[in-house]
Design a protein around this ligand. Sequence first.
Ligand SMILES: CC(C)(COP(=O)(O)OP(=O)(O)OC[C@H]1O[C@@H](n2cnc3c(N)ncnc32)[C@H](O)[C@@H]1OP(=O)(O)O)[C@@H](O)C(=O)NCCC(=O)NCCS
Length: 151
Amino acid sequence: MDIKQINEEEVAANEFEVRALLSEILTANFSDIEGDFAGAYYDKLIVFLQNGTAILFGAFDRGQLVGILWGYEVDNFDHKRIHINMIGVKSDFRGQGVATELMHAIEHIAVLRNICELELMVNACNDRAVRCYQKGGYYVERYKMLKVLSK
Ligand SMILES: CC(C)(COP(=O)(O)OP(=O)(O)OC[C@H]1O[C@@H](n2cnc3c(N)ncnc32)[C@H](O)[C@@H]1OP(=O)(O)O)[C@@H](O)C(=O)NCCC(=O)NCCS
């Protein structure tokens, strides 16, 4: 597996795969959303790559894009963190350590930037992803709680 940081030109060259991965990530985490949010995220990703705020890694198997990790820097009071916004691996390639390699790649960027904290949000029901992050050393820092009002 070839893990490398990719720019907007490489995203455009792999547009179909990037859109499909974004769609899978959103479906895995927000089962109740409707509409083309993956398309909106794709457009945002291009803008954030162009303005230099997005950090995007791709996992390539013999030239085919099979996984992505999209992160960016955030301020956490007096220090910076890297927020992992999206991570997804094509279904045929899951369970082979691809996400783990992508997470190592962004940790390397964090070290280069002198950032020593990474954070992410995950749907509590997404067991695979939760296990993947726990195995990678992540723990629960805060709970995001929700109440739905009847209409
Ligand atoms: C979550 C996801 C990114 C993991 O990618 P992956 O490449 O399969 O993960 P890895 O192979 O690196 O696995 C790392 C660890 O995750 C856990 N894991 C992975 N697949 C699992 C499965 N099917 N069941 C249970 N645990 C699993 C294991 O602890 C695994 O370590 P191990 O293989 O040594 O036991 C992938 O399943 C995915 O793309 N899911 C859909 C999109 C998504 O939910 N993204 C997360 C958004 S927050």
